[in-house]
Design a protein around this ligand. Sequence first.
Ligand SMILES: Cc1ncc(COP(=O)(O)O)c(C=O)c1O
Length: 409
Amino acid sequence: MPSNPRIFLSPPHMGGRELDYVKVAFDSNYIAPLGPMVDAFEEAFAKIVGIPHVLALSSGTAAMHLALRNLGVGPGDEVFASTLTFIGSVTPTVFQGATPVFIDADRATWNMDPDLLQTELERCNRRGCLPKAVVPTDLYGQCSDYARIRKVCQPYGVPVIIDAAESLGATCNGSPAGVGGQSAVFSFNGNKIITTSGGGMLASPNAEFIERARFLSQQARDPAPHYQHSTIGYNYRMSNIVAAIGLGQLEALADRVAQRREIFDRYRQRLGKLPGIDFMPEASYGRCNRWLTVVLIDSRAFGADRETVRLALEAENIESRPVWKPMHLQPVFQVVEKPAATNIKRPVFNDHGPCFTSGVHAPVPARAVGGEVAEDLFVNGLCLPSGTAMSESDLERIMAVIESCCRNG
Ligand SMILES: Cc1ncc(COP(=O)(O)O)c(C=O)c1O
């Protein structure tokens, strides 16, 4: 066992006022879902993201589920999503019995490729089977190209739900992440740029949309003195205690963005000098929050591959992670339309068996549009520790291990 303390990928970092707000919540005895802290958190959040109607929920996944349910997504429908994402962006489509269609990433931004999206929408339109929604993920804190995606979707009337789970605090064309979609989803999971331990937010310029989501998130109670239900809802609301943490965290958001960007700069200044090391590019249209610093390792130039570097870090008790395994490669999905064939030798991806064989889900049908860019980023991309509470010596330890892996130059 290494004696060094563990460095985590993106641990929580409290701002200082969280406990005070939790104490206020305790003193008021609102130890419950909903309450004044939830109201205050929603109000502060709406101001910061510049989206007037918001709903605090138990997770980002819940927020995505409500957004899709609200749009009437159901069996027989398709929902387009980024293939390079976390599965919480996609499972709600499956909850609703619809089929996910995975769109490849644009190499310039690592986000959903607007050209591929356009081609696929044109094709679907000709066949009379447009998707019910498009869900681009703002990968690792970089906004998708909202303007282009909107322009592509608008002629067909296809709504865009922005998965901004990772991009709170980033900007796109000068506006906060999440602005410009039919709705947007945020996450406050423990690893995010700010956290409530677990939680999420659904945001929309459409008041009615949020009101309907509110109704569904609270067990779909009809307005009656007794408990009456005319439709099936969920128990998805955020608790008052959790919201108190969120209120404190929001106050630190601007600092956290600046700190994450500084961590990225430190990595780039030093590791960028090594042969074969590249970084996730920043799109010209926005300002990334650099939630995670991600490097691309060209194994031939660097002299070691991504997995060798990851294991070397792990041996020193440092957590790092491969870039998200693309959705079209996940064993749970049966991609009925394969990505276009290429002549590059494709690596074997399903090298890890399922965890609980008795509980393996029957493969869920899905489609994929391209996929090679995401595959390449998965094979060669590594997310480095990016927590804002990291010390100077932590950063030094991480960079020294990476440098020691370099066999060229
Ligand atoms: C891109 C993306 N979408 C959705 C989610 C789901 O959010 P949550 O974990 O709050 O359910 C996450 C993160 O966890 C995410 O990174």
